[in-house]
Design a protein around this ligand. Structure first.
Ligand code: SAM
Length: 280
């Protein structure tokens, strides 16, 4: 692919700014322009959209998002070494790249948003990827400030996010994601596409918020899924005993067979259990 912009190649950016990848920051960079463009396209169309990018690093995906036509990119990066590299991109796209130096786990984009649709697009640092996803899935009020999440995860995590009942990947994360979003895997990316290459394959996941998910208290949902999947091979009449209330009454209120096991229950069933827990 020919260059998408007139900025220097990413390898040169990395060398000039001393951006040797740090494991502690979950740094596995994408330097292939075809791939960053493919991710940006998969998140699109981006015209008129504000993108929140977590962990832009040397800025390969950031550049693809801007070149693909995002109205603005708000990029949150914890590695101070990357900020100067990102400032060069901001100079190339005046007024369209806002760099936030800090920890994405503490970042609330809402004060920076201006009424345009907002999408989160990121090749996430794997060490905080699940924590970030959970924070976005449990936002209040709902629907949230974003219209879609397009995120790279290790494939095993991606499979847990999109799993439905009945398999071994189905668990607490699947219930949370399925309760509030429609989630699917867009495509896989081989480890060899990253620098340095991780041992495992990654997957790009799309999560689109449900506009009217069943109402339920997040804390109660966490408690029932924790109890049920904590002993996933046991029947619910047994595993739910840890909730400190009569499991049979709870299951009856939720309309669920006492002999069922956690992995057979769809997200709606867990929502019903959470509501029953609050009602008791
Ligand atoms: N987006 C770049 C790419 O695709 O080449 C880099 C992706 S790399 C997997 C993850 C990035 O997240 C790194 O740049 C890392 O410094 C950054 N990062 C790690 N932890 C972070 C945190 N808590 N908040 C913000 N950025 C973080």
């Amino acid at each position: 692919m020919s260059a998408i912009d007139d900025l220097p190649p990413l390898r040169e950016v990395i060398r000039r700014h001393g951006l040797r990848a740090k494991k502690s920051l979950g740094q596995n960079f994408l330097l292939d322009l075809n791939l960053t463009a493919r991710i940006a396209r998969a998140a699109g169309p981006l015209a008129g959209v504000d993108v929140v990018e977590i962990g832009p690093g040397p800025g390969g995906l950031t550049r693809a998002l801007l070149a693909t036509g995002a109205r603005r990119v708000i990029a949150v990066e914890r590695d101070e070494r990357a900020i100067a590299a990102l400032e060069e991109i901001a100079a190339r796209y005046p007024g369209r790249l806002e760099i936030v130096a800090g920890d994405a786990l503490d970042f609330d984009p809402r004060p920076l948003l201006g009424g345009a649709p907002v999408r989160v697009v990121a090749n996430l640092p794997y060490n905080v990827a699940t924590a970030l996803l959970v924070s976005w899935l449990t936002l209040e009020p709902w629907p949230p400030w974003y219209d879609r999440l397009v995120l790279m995860f290790q494939r095993e995590v991606a499979e847990r996010i999109v799993a439905g009942p009945g398999g071994k990947s189905y668990g607490r994360l699947s219930v949370l994601a399925g309760w509030r979003c429609e989630a699917r895997i867009l495509f896989d990316v081989a480890g060899s596409a990253f620098v340095p290459p991780p041992k495992v394959t990654s997957s790009l996941v799309s999560l689109v918020p449900r506009q009217a998910p069943l109402v339920c208290e997040r804390r109660a949902l966490e408690r029932v899924t924790e109890a049920a999947f904590g002993q996933r091979r046991k029947m619910l009449r047994q595993s739910l005993k840890t909730l400190g209330t009569d499991p049979l009454a709870l299951l009856e209120l939720a309309g669920i067979e006492p002999t069922a096991r956690a992995e057979e229950i769809p997200p709606e069933g867990f929502v019903a259990l959470a509501r029953a827990l609050v009602a008791r």
